[in-house]
Design a protein around this ligand. Structure first.
Ligand SMILES: Cc1cc2nc3c(=O)[nH]c(=O)nc-3n(C[C@H](O)[C@H](O)[C@H](O)COP(=O)(O)OP(=O)(O)OC[C@H]3O[C@@H](n4cnc5c(N)ncnc54)[C@H](O)[C@@H]3O)c2cc1C
Length: 459
């Protein structure tokens, strides 16, 4: 049995804990999948590389002609698009693993699935079929989350894809059926739709992106319904496959219908992996939704076990997982000066078309929290760059507290939303009032950021 100073389970943000502070420690890293975790291999990075290609197709098909530029979208060379992505990513995953395993003498990489057999002992079912048992003084749980596959899919005979597999398809689907109208379905559905597939989106509720501010999810759903077959209030009853044809039986707004396609993407959400780690032997607690419970220092109920990322945080975002990893890395080597994680301002973006970005409270949340609010919904088209883009659908919605003048929430839908929102995040993080954000700086004219300036001035 091997004993280590530090054991890390999961190589997503867990891998970034190993700063030079750990060079004199014996470290074990356990990973059952591709090195680098979800973001690098099957998440943020590949999906956005596809999103960028899809944007080019959309520009050629729609944007150019609308401006009098005679472009058109001919066809997508899917293998070339796919191989650009993975020829870049796969070597990074492999290189990261080899660096740890071969070039860092103090690090032992164990490729396999770990499960606790007592509070400080992990049994690792190695991918080669062998078993390793290891112990450690300090342990970091960074095991992330996994795709949820609903029973109706699992019990069918349908060959389905998730975000783990669909980006590596051999060819473009003719007709992609997307189960789920959340951000992963929206992003990947639009990738395939922009590149030429017919797309049907099956959504359980009345709108896609249902956790966004209602103004944003409504606009987003309308935009998608204008180009894709978006079904709302859908319950999937049954599905089956005959040759290349997948048939899905649904109840839509109370009526039973049948639709068919050749490819199914399941994108209804991701569940934290805490239930697979044998944590009952450790004293580490899970909350009602299966997330590992930590204190603000990211220490679990066990004093020597820490946890971070998607395993602990329902927001399931890479920038929060990375922030967690920085806190845990610090706390492991500074026990008398612990850092805290602050998740009060957690922005996110959806790289669909239109793009969405948000931070803070939605309007209903701000009202429910008892704020006396002031709200603006400001059109991109009111700013000069919005005219240049002929934009008539994009908006920046801001919600502020009328008394403190602090920004409570910002919600953008439209081009560059994920970039434009950053100054609002900064203003919130540093406690600036909306008046300071609007008037305390010069905005470059006629940049798209004038949309944000104008929205702040509205308030
Ligand atoms: C399609 C898609 C797009 C996304 N886009 C974005 C985006 O644009 N922006 C954003 O902020 N976030 C995005 N995310 C979410 C982001 O990828 C995650 O929030 C982030 O990667 C979580 O990091 P983590 O370190 O917590 O977990 P992970 O990166 O998932 O790492 C956990 C690792 O632990 C390993 N593991 C699990 N259990 C065990 C075990 N028992 N033994 C050994 N190893 C184990 C897993 O194999 C995995 O490699 C996206 C996710 C997906 C799926």
């Amino acid at each position: 049995m091997n004993h280590f100073d530090l054991l890390i389970i999961g190589t997503g943000s867990g891998n970034s804990i190993l700063t030079p502070d750990f060079d004199d420690k014996r470290v074990a890293i356990v990973e059952r999948g591709a090195f680098g975790g979800t973001c690098l291999n099957v998440g943020c990075i590949p999906s956005k590389m596809f999103v960028y290609a899809a944007e080019m197709a959309h520009n050629a098909a729609v944007v150019g002609p609308a401006l009098g530029v005679h472009t058109s979208f001919n066809h997508a060379d899917w293998p070339a698009i796919r191989d650009r992505v993975f020829a870049r990513i796969d070597p990074i995953a492999l290189g990261g693993e080899q660096y740890r395993a071969l070039e860092q003498d103090h690090v032992t990489v164990l490729k396999g699935s770990g499960r606790f057999i007592d509070d400080k002992t992990l049994e690792v079912a190695m991918l080669d079929g062998s078993t390793e048992v290891i112990t450690a003084d300090q342990i970091v749980l960074a095991a992330g989350a996994r795709v949820i596959v609903p029973d109706v899919v699992a019990r069918s005979n349908v060959e389905y894809h998730t975000s783990d597999s669909i980006m590596r398809l051999d060819g473009l689907p003719e007709h992609l059926i997307v189960l789920g109208g959340g951000y992963i379905g929206a992003e990947l559905g639009n990738v395939f739709g922009s590149l030429g597939s017919k797309v049907t989106i099956l959504n359980r509720g009345s709108v896609m992106l249902s956790r966004e501010d209602p103004d944003i999810s409504k606009r987003f759903t309308e935009a998608y319904a204008n180009k894709y077959d978006v079904r709302t209030h859908v319950e999937v009853l049954e599905m089956n496959q005959d040759g290349d044809t997948i048939t899905v039986h649904i109840r839509e707004n109370g009526e039973e219908r049948t639709l068919s396609g050749d490819t199914l993407l399941v994108a209804i959400g991701r569940a934290p992996n805490g239930d697979q780690l044998g944590l009952e032997t450790t004293g580490v607690e899970l909350d009602g939704n299966g997330y590992v419970v930590t204190d603000s220092h990211l220490r679990t109920a066990h004093p020597d076990i820490w946890a971070l990322g998607d395993l602990t945080n329902p927001a399931q975002l890479k920038h929060t997982a990375n922030a967690d990893a920085r806190v845990v890395a610090h706390n492991l080597v500074n026990p008398s000066n612990l850092h805290k994680i602050d998740r009060t301002i957690t922005p996110h973006a959806v790289f669909g078309h239109p793009q969405v970005a948000a931070v803070g409270l939605t309007e209903p949340e701000a009202v429910a929290a008892g704020h006396n609010i002031v709200v603006t919904v400001h059109a991109y088209g009111a700013a000069a760059y919005g005219w240049a883009m002929e934009d008539s659908t994009s908006v920046c919605k801001l919600i502020a507290d009328a008394d403190s003048r602090l920004l409570l929430g910002a919600h953008l839908i439209g081009p560059q939303a994920s970039t434009l929102i950053q100054q609002l995040i900064q203003g919130m993080a540093f406690g600036q009032t909306v008046d300071e954000m609007a008037q305390g700086q010069l905005y470059i004219h006629p940049a798209l950021s004038e949309v944000v300036e104008q929205a702040l001035l509205d308030l």
